[in-house]
Design a protein around this ligand. Structure first.
Ligand SMILES: [Zn+2]
Length: 229
């Protein structure tokens, strides 16, 4: 499964649900431009879709270059680093502690959005950070649905699969804002929390909601805040 989403860089985190768990990988440094390294492949998520860019470093026997963010420019995935002297083979290492928190938050966001949807409120926008996040809804909720408090204890499996855009079923995916999908993407990543939620998403997620651990949710009207304890 190479070059998903028409990227010039192979996005390893999109390969099944296990792709999100890759902590380090051998890569080829293809180039350096606009302050960022271009690699043949990466497990680092680039900023976008309500999820921050990853941090980490590139390592060779002689050098270490810090990656302070990952951004996309055109079709290029740039691993931003102030040190542009690296080339050839290198090891790419993600800041796993930070990234794992983002995966917990992103999986939690999907599930909370699903419960909110059942109460009649659509998720218009969501953003997650390492340990906190928010969901903006189209109309305020009277209260957080009970089920939203037992997402982790339910220990639901999470999976990812790809389907052709022409085979998308808007009825199954009505919880998601499908209009946000970039027109250029013709293979769509579908993330499913067994029996709880199904949504199109190209972010990184957990294998099981049990990994989320303890969390809190706060209803402030149009904004639902949530975070890890
Ligand atoms: Zn997601």
């Amino acid at each position: 499964m190479k070059h998903l989403l028409n990227e010039a860089t192979q996005l390893l985190y999109l390969e099944g649900i296990d792709g999100s768990y890759i902590k380090e990988v051998e890569v080829n440094v293809v180039g350096y431009e606009s302050g960022g390294y271009i690699l043949d492949k990466t497990m680092m998520h680039y900023e976008g879709g309500g999820q921050p860019g990853d941090k980490g470093y590139l390592l060779t026997a002689e050098k270490k270059a810090t990656v302070f963010n990952v951004k996309k420019k055109g079709s290029k995935v740039l691993h931003l680093s102030t040190d542009g002297n690296m080339s050839g083979r290198a090891k790419l290492v993600v800041n796993w502690e930070r990234r794992y928190k983002i995966m917990k938050m992103h999986t939690l966001q999907h599930a909370i959005s699903a419960f909110i949807f059942k109460e009649g409120s659509m998720t218009m926008k969501s953003e997650v950070f390492p340990g906190s996040g928010f969901i903006e809804v189209d109309r305020p909720l009277r209260k957080i649905p009970e089920g939203a408090y037992s997402i982790a204890t339910e220990k639901r499996n999470v999976s990812r699969r790809f389907i052709d855009r022409k085979d998308l079923n808007p009825e199954t995916l009505k919880r998601c804002n499908l209009e946000k999908l970039p027109k250029s993407v013709d293979r769509i990543s579908i993330v499913e929390i067994e029996g709880m939620d199904i949504c199109a998403c190209a972010g990184t997620h957990l294998r099981n909601t049990g990994e989320i651990g303890e969390y809190w949710i706060r209803n402030t009207g149009r904004i639902i805040e949530f975070g890890l304890i």
